[in-house]
Design a protein around this ligand. Structure first.
Ligand code: IPE
Ligand code: IPE
Ligand code: MG
Length: 247
């Protein structure tokens, strides 16, 4: 008997949470109000992902290029991250969420670094969904840092050049140990990666949604998952039904 089209669920979903500024502009509010509204959507997204059986949810919170925004906006965004961790860490911990942070930890304020370290340390043993927060993250910066680590290992005689392969690179980027995202969602209608997970998204499915991040509710998330379920991932090969036809 032929079964219904299977709804494949992704193991790892990564989201480019975009459109806070436009959400605020449309309401005649300052951009910060959009960022605040955006933070309110995060808990719901984590909960929806956990309920949908997703193992890893990565959220792009602040890019290495976002420092180029006006100083006031940057400091508002830093304040919101502090607020989010202080307010929501205990609850995320109670919900068995394991938090990991990717991005450059060196060039952020020491108190934020301490908060991010605390979030990771406190939730390290949790066995529920892993929430990966991409903060001060840029994929090119991540690759540069990985290349430096490899060059140092070769210089110090700890690594042969012949040992530099895909696994060696994957083990030295920030997402070491985390599977590649199956699905990358971007809100706000923009259709670009903006320096997000360039290595890891090599074979990800992309879903671009017109809705602005502060409007990204449970239903929007489920729509994106349903769209993923209709995709046929081939990884450069031939899909199973086509093989059957050819045989
Ligand atoms: C996403 O919303 C939040 C961050 C990049 C930190 P934006 O602030 O980019 O909102 P738009 O794209 O200007 O609408
Ligand atoms: C990407 O959004 C970064 C985050 C969502 C944190 P941007 O709004 O910074 O990207 P561009 O500038 O539109 O490419
Ligand atoms: Mg934007």
């Amino acid at each position: 008997m032929r079964s219904e089209t299977p709804i494949n669920s992704p193991r790892h979903v990564a989201i480019i949470m975009d459109g806070n500024g436009r959400w605020a502009n449309a309401r005649g509010l300052p951009r910060t109000a959009g960022h605040r509204a955006g933070v309110e959507r995060v808990r719901e997204a984590v909960r929806t992902a956990a309920e949908a059986g997703i193992d890893y949810l990565t959220l792009f919170a602040f890019s290495s290029e976002n420092w180029n925004r006006p100083q006031q906006e940057v400091s508002d965004l830093m304040g919101l991250l502090r607020f989010f961790i202080r307010r929501d860490l205990a609850e995320l911990h109670r919900e068995n969420v394991c938090i990991k942070v990717i991005g450059c930890r060196q060039t952020i304020q020491p108190d934020i670094r301490a908060l991010l370290n605390e979030a990771e340390d406190r939730t390290r043993g949790n066995t529920g969904i892993t929430l990966v927060i991409a903060f001060n993250y840029g994929a090119r910066d991540e690759l540069v840092r990985a290349v430096r680590k490899i060059a140092e290992a070769v210089r110090d005689g700890d690594m042969d050049i012949a040992a530099i392969d895909e696994a060696a690179i994957a083990a030295r980027i920030d997402t070491a140990g985390i599977p590649d995202p199956d699905l990358v969602i971007r809100t706000s209608g923009e259709q670009r990666l903006s320096n997000f997970l360039l290595w890891q998204a090599a074979y990800s499915e992309f879903v671009f949604m017109p809705c602005l991040w502060p409007d990204f509710d449970r239903a929007a998330f489920l729509d994106a998952l349903a769209e993923y379920g209709r995709r046929d991932r081939r990884y450069g090969a031939v899909s199973a039904p086509d093989l059957a036809v050819g045989s």
